[in-house]
Design a protein around this ligand. Structure first.
Ligand SMILES: [Zn+2]
Length: 373
C-alpha cells in the first residue's frame, strides 16, 4: 500500500516537475479523485448458478482441506472442479490420493510437465510414457503453464518455443489418449508493454512487476501466440483448450479467427471477466457464436478466501446488470473497469457451465439431479 502510494506520488512529482505548473487542486485530483457512480441500476445477486457448474480452470493442492473445498463447491453450485496443478511424480500421486480417489466424480486432476528434463534425449517420449501411466492412474488432462515459450530455457540458453519439435510426442500422445491439453501461453497484452501511464494494468504491474514481459529478453507476444497456432495445426487430433480466452480476450476477433481456423481449439474464460464484461455486445455475440467451444473456469480454488468471485462470473453470464464491479477487493485486481452482464440464453449457458467440459474431458459426467435452483 505504501509502495503503491509512493509510486503514485513519484509519478505525480515527475509529472509536476515536467509541467511545473501543477496546482493544489490538480494534485488532489490525481491522488484522491475516486468518483462514485450515481447511476441507479439493477443489482441481481446470483447466489446459485442456474445450471450445474464445472470449474474447468481451478488450482489447489494436496495440503488444502478437501472438506473445505467440497463445502464451498456445494455452496457455489460447482459439481466438479478441475485441478490444473496436478504436478508429476510424488505431488501428482498425492493429488490423486487426496482428491480423485475418494471423490472421483467431483475432482479432475491434470498432469504438468517437468521441463527440467528438456535436454535429456527422448524427453518427449519419456514425458509421453509417464503421462500415459498417469492417465491409467486417474489423470484426465495435461496443463501447460505460461513458462513455456516465455521463460523455460534449454542448455543452450535459448527460450524453448511452444512449437519446439521435442514436445511433439507429448501432444500426439494426448490425442491418442483422448485427453485435452489446457494450454496457457503468453499473457494479457498490457504485460508486454512498458509500465508507464498509458498501461491499462499499471496498478497491477506495480504490485507484481514480475508479471511484466516487456523487453528484449522476452519473445514478442504475437510470436508466442503464433507458435501455439502452429502446434494446433500440427496436431489436429489433439484437443487444446486455450486458458484465459486463449490469452487474447482483449481481441475477440483474433480469438474467433483462431477458433475458425482450428476445430481442435477451445477456450476457457477464467480470469477474464474484466475483459469480456467491458465489451458486452462483442462478448455476447462471441459466446453465442462459439457456444460449443467455451468452458467455464475461474483460475481460483473454490475455497479461495476472496469470494464471491464465482458469483461475479454467474452474474456476468446470467444477468443484464450494468456497470458493476468485477471484483470484491479494495483495489481492482487487473484494471480499473466496470463490467456488464451478457444474459446468455439458457442453452448457451448450459453448454458453457458444464456440457462442453463434460464432452471434452474423458470420464467426466456430473450428477445433474443432485442440485438445482
Ligand atoms: Zn490458472
Amino acid at each position: 500500500m505504501i509502495r503503491y502510494f509512493l509510486s503514485v506520488l513519484f509519478t505525480v512529482c515527475l509529472y509536476a516537475a515536467a509541467s511545473a505548473q501543477i496546482t493544489e487542486q490538480e494534485r488532489i485530483l490525481y491522488l484522491e479523485f475516486k468518483p462514485k457512480s450515481q447511476l441507479v441500476t439493477d443489482t441481481t445477486i446470483i447466489e446459485y448458478p442456474k445450471f450445474p457448474v464445472i470449474d474447468a480452470h481451478s488450482h489447489f493442492g494436496p495440503d488444502d482441506s478437501v472438506q473445505e473445498i467440497r463445502d464451498s463447491m456445494r455452496t457455489l453450485g460447482i459439481h466438479a472442479a478441475v485441478n490444473l496443478s496436478g504436478g508429476w511424480g510424488e505431488q501428482l500421486e498425492r493429488n490423486l490420493r487426496t482428491f480423485k480417489d475418494p471423490y472421483p466424480d467431483e475432482f479432475i486432476i491434470f498432469y504438468n510437465i517437468d521441463f527440467s528434463r528438456i535436454d535429456e534425449p527422448d524427453f518427449g517420449e519419456f514425458i509421453a510414457a509417464d503421462l500415459e501411466r498417469a492417465v491409467e492412474r486417474g489423470v484426465q488432462g495435461l496443463k501447460l503453464f505460461k513458462n513455456l515459450g516465455l521463460t523455460v530455457k534449454d542448455q543452450s540458453g535459448r527460450i524453448v518455443p511452444v512449437d519446439d519439435s521435442r514436445l511433439d510426442p507429448i501432444w500426439a500422445k494426448c490425442g491418442e489418449l483422448g485427453i485435452p491439453v489446457l494450454i496457457h501461453v503468453a499473457d494479457p497484452a498490457a504485460f508486454f508493454l512498458p509500465i508507464d501511464r498509458f498501461n491499462e494494468r499499471w496498478e497491477q504491474l506495480h504490485r507484481r512487476p514480475q508479471w511484466s514481459f516487456y523487453g528484449p529478453e522476452f519473445p514478442a507476444r504475437e510470436t508466442i501466440l503464433s507458435q501455439r497456432d502452429s502446434v494446433l495445426s500440427r496436431h489436429p487430433n489433439t484437443v487444446f483448450i486455450g486458458a484465459h480466452v486463449g490469452n487474447n480476450a482483449e481481441d475477440l476477433a483474433y480469438v474467433s479467427s483462431v477458433l475458425d481456423k482450428f476445430p481442435n481449439f477451445f477456450v476457457d474464460i477464467s480470469g477474464r471477466v474484466a475483459e469480456l464484461g467491458r465489451q458486452p455486445y462483442t462478448a455476447r455475440d462471441f459466446f453465442i457464436k462459439y457456444q460449443d467451444r467455451i468452458l467455464f473456469g475461474t483460475d481460483r480454488s473454490p475455497a479461495a478466501a476472496v469470494q464471491p468471485r464465482h458469483r461475479i462470473y454467474y452474474r456476468f453470464l446470467e444477468t443484464d446488470d450494468e456497470y458493476f464491479r468485477y471484483y470484491d477487493h479494495p483495489r481492482p485486481p487487473t484494471g480499473d473497469w466496470m463490467i456488464y452482464g451478457i444474459f446468455l440464453p439458457d442453452e448457451v449457458l448450459e453448454k458453457v457451465y458444464y456440457k462442453n467440459a463434460e464432452r471434452l474431458i474423458p470420464g467426466l459426467k456430473i450428477n445433474r439431479h443432485e442440485t438445482s435452483r
